[in-house]
Design a protein around this ligand. Structure first.
Ligand code: PMP
Length: 392
């Protein structure tokens, strides 16, 4: 009898069929992927240097330029999730010893500060309580005090549900010799942003929120000012994979022949292309209006259920992700589990500084519909009836 050298048997779980239940994803992302984008992602593979793939990349680039409202040459999609774009932005912009200011009013500022510290930057955190946003005055005070080279701020703070106003911020930063870096992972396509007009130097987003593509690719763009800072670097960026010089070449942004850098996640690019195409077909203004209207309907319904909106000022509410305070007498985990088990709907609890304080409901891209608002409100009404804790 032949004796096998194998000591590890094939895992039982892999011998069963893949199990993927139907769920309505109304958390802070990912959101559901519509059939057209699913179909694009399941097309047959092509090579990562084939002209047809390079053409799709060019179309993605144009789609990002539209979604960001920018003419920046250095515009592309990172092969990775939103965090990867965050790291790409910070590690290409910052050098060891550079002073940076990070606006922290939720988890994303905390994470950016963490990444910047790992890069050896001199990091100053500008703090606001979760649920609040920064005024131009807050920022100017920090710019005067710390004289940073880069300011990081989050447009759609998905851990708290806050929409950060950006008007005048780029101009203010530039007056103080600072570059403006904005995270729009949770807001792109759901709330107005104008990269060029608002003088944003680096802007990035993600594929799995309003764009309704699977996670794994992340739009990013650099202004001429940001490009110049990168050109003045004394040391190469500390990551080869995320080196913007290499990526610019692969994406055809530097006018030179395109060279292999990494094997792009080609099918993720097909999906992202379709997500951007759907946004282009709908039009940015209609998309912003759709998110605003459905968010307003949701907020009204939540108030009618007796829930308290976490962000008090209406204009500071993120149209893609709505936060409510965890109601008195309830455990947030029971509510989220109830919706999942009984209604096949995902909503989320808080994240980072908002853990235990809020429930988060996301309505992004194709998921932002009036009927989904009705569905989640009915499910929440059911949960409020069934999850009340008698002893709390
Ligand atoms: N920034 C914001 C504002 C986000 O909402 C997220 C995702 N929740 C990220 C960054 C990180 O993106 P990812 O999970 O795709 O890495």
């Amino acid at each position: 009898m032949a004796t096998s050298l194998l000591r590890i048997p094939p895992p039982q779980g892999l011998l069963r069929p893949l199990a993927v239940p139907e769920r309505l994803l109304l958390g802070p992302g990912p959101s559901n992927v519509p059939p057209r984008i699913l179909a694009a992602g399941s097309r047959q593979l092509l090579g990562h240097m084939h002209p047809e793939v390079l053409q799709v990349m060019d179309e993605i680039k144009a789609g990002i330029q539209y979604a960001f409202q920018t003419q920046n040459r250095l515009t592309l999609a990172i092969s990775g999730t939103g965090h990867c774009a965050m790291e790409a932005a910070l590690l290409n912009l910052l050098e060891h010893g550079d002073t940076t200011m990070v606006a922290v009013n939720g988890i994303w500022g905390q994470r950016a500060a963490d990444i910047a510290r790992r890069l050896g930057a001199n990091v100053h955190e500008l703090l606001k309580p979760p649920g609040e946003y920064f005024t131009l005055w807050d920022i100017e005070e920090g710019l005067v005090q710390h004289k940073p080279l880069v300011l990081f701020i989050t447009h759609g703070e998905s851990s708290t549900g806050v929409l950060q106003p950006l008007e005048g911020l780029g101009e203010l930063c530039h007056r103080h010799g600072c570059l403006l870096l904005v995270d729009a992972v949770a807001s792109l396509g759901g709330a107005p942003i104008f990269m060029d007009q608002q003088e944003i130097d680096v802007l990035y987003s993600g594929s799995q929120k309003v764009l309704n593509a699977p996670p794994g690719s992340a739009p990013i763009s650099f202004s001429e000012r940001a490009r110049e800072k990168m050109l003045r670097r004394k040391m190469q960026p500390p990551s080869f994979y995320l080196d913007m010089g290499w990526l610019a070449n692969y994406w055809g942004c530097d006018g030179e022949a395109r060279r292999y850098h990494h094997t792009a996640p080609i099918n993720s690019f097909f999906s992202l292309r379709e997500g951007l195409a759907m946004l282009a077909e709908l039009g940015l203004e209609s998309s912003w209006e759709r998110h605003r209207a459905n968010c307003t309907q949701l907020c009204q319904g939540l108030c009618d259920l007796g829930l308290e909106l976490f962000v008090k000022e209406e204009k500071a509410r993120l149209p893609t992700i709505t936060t409510v305070s965890v109601p008195e007498g309830y455990d947030w985990k029971e509510i989220t589990a109830f919706l999942m088990d009984n209604h096949a709907i995902e909503i989320a609890g808080g994240l980072g500084p908002s853990v235990g304080k809020v429930l988060r409901i996301g309505l992004m891209g194709c998921n932002s519909t009036s009927s989904n608002v009705d569905r989640v409100l009915r499910a929440l009404q059911d949960a409020l009836r069934r999850c009340r804790r008698s002893r709390l």
